[in-house]
Design a protein around this ligand. Structure first.
Ligand code: NAG
Ligand code: NAG
Ligand code: NAG
Length: 344
């Protein structure tokens, strides 16, 4: 009898703990008011202690601190042209689509062939700043993550135990005056998954059709990081592409019509660069680390050239990131790195 009670007690205890894993939320969900675990408390969720780890994503990519590396050749995409039918799911944190075809990436100094498992997005509010990674402190309106795992793994759970088990491709979005026709079915499907827990069938013409043109896929940033949601596993080889995907303002806004579990608009679904959790004296350490961990495969720009103007969105709420840049300047880093002196 006592034993029974004890095991009932233990299992309910475990349930509560399991429950807390799904209880995580973004800052925009008012973690204090709705008593869900906001980003600052993700470390308290099951296995979430990793969320306070040393190689957390996203990061701010300081372009003048990135190093060109000839090993970062263009990725080889296979099966990215395949059409497939799948389900778009509102999982309460994002909209997610499982990749129901064989699509793989290799090359670009990846240590193995990785197969695509699912993709999902992170966005702001009505097309405002919403990407997870930032470039020189600035945030794009949205970011696509195509999650891959090493080909021999049967589940993402297994792959996450391998320090390089998962490879995520990150793509920024940028507002464009014209609509992106390739995204019409995707945008239309959003209205069928407004409610958390619902799903709808979706026909994906091809993964490629959702990405920038092939010639715009040769410039990317590479670093070793983590998942950007709990449990934040540090098993991710990140490839963040420089060139954004273009969507119209209306297309970007359509994402804000999706709803969180409580019926409020699903907006600002991004984790701030982890240094927002750092004390000021940790900022330097972070910037050094971000520098050391970032390498890039980009076209070399001659001295005196600036990055294309108007590409990046100003007025991002990420003031902490701007602080990082101050720290960097104070750190005497000016002029270090390839062509660094040209960009300021
Ligand atoms: C290339 O891969 C090797 C082995 O995985 C790794 O040690 C090295 O850091 C990688 N280089 C770049 C530029 O990513
Ligand atoms: C989609 O919704 C249906 C009906 O609620 C459910 O039975 C099914 O498991 C869901 N599929 C996915 C992939 O979430
Ligand atoms: C490729 O990138 C360049 C430079 O950012 C841009 O001008 C061009 O429109 C892009 N092309 C496509 C198809 O995305």
């Amino acid at each position: 009898m006592h034993l029974l009670l004890l095991s009932a007690f233990i299992s309910s205890f475990l349930k509560i703990n399991e429950g807390s894993a799904s209880d995580w939320c973004y800052q925009s969900q008012d973690p204090c008011g709705s008593r869900c675990k906001g980003p600052e408390n993700w470390k308290d969720s099951v296995n979430g202690h990793v969320c306070a780890g040393k190689s957390q994503s996203p990061i701010n990519i300081v372009t003048k601190r990135t190093l060109f590396d000839d090993l970062l050749t263009p990725l080889k995409f296979e099966g990215y042209q395949n059409a497939f039918n799948s389900r778009m799911v509102n999982n309460g944190h994002s909209v997610k689509v499982d990749v129901a075809t064989s699509a793989t990436i290799s090359g670009g100094n990846l240590s193995s062939v990785y197969k695509a498992v699912q993709f999902h997005l992170h966005w702001g509010k009505d097309g405002g700043p919403g990407s997870e990674h930032t470039v020189d402190g600035e945030q794009y309106p949205m970011e696509l993550h195509i999650v891959h795992m090493k080909q021999h793994y049967a589940s993402l759970g297994d792959a996450l135990k391998d320090p390089t088990g998962v490879a995520v491709l990150g793509f920024f979005y940028e507002e464009s005056p014209s609509a992106n026709k390739n995204y019409e079915p995707f945008i239309k499907a959003l209205s069928d998954v407004k409610v958390t827990g619902t799903n709808t069938t979706i026909h994906i013409q091809s993964l490629s059709s959702l990405l920038p043109s092939p010639k715009n896929l040769t410039s990317y940033f590479r670093y070793k990081g983590s998942l950007t949601t709990p449990g934040c596993a540090e098993s991710v080889v990140w490839t963040v592409f420089e060139h954004p995907i273009l969507l119209s303002a209306d297309q970007l806004k359509a994402f804000s019509e999706v709803k969180f579990k409580d019926g409020k608009p699903m907006v600002d679904t991004f984790r701030l660069v982890t240094l927002s959790l750092c004390a000021p004296d940790q900022l330097k350490a972070f910037s050094a680390r971000a520098h050391a961990r970032c390498t890039a495969a980009r076209e070399r720009r001659g001295p005196g050239q600036r990055r294309a103007p108007g590409r990046l969105r100003l007025g991002s709420p990420r003031t902490v990131v701007a602080q990082l840049d101050e720290e960097e300047r104070e750190g005497g880093g000016e002029g270090r790195g390839e062509g660094g002196a040209a960009i300021s």
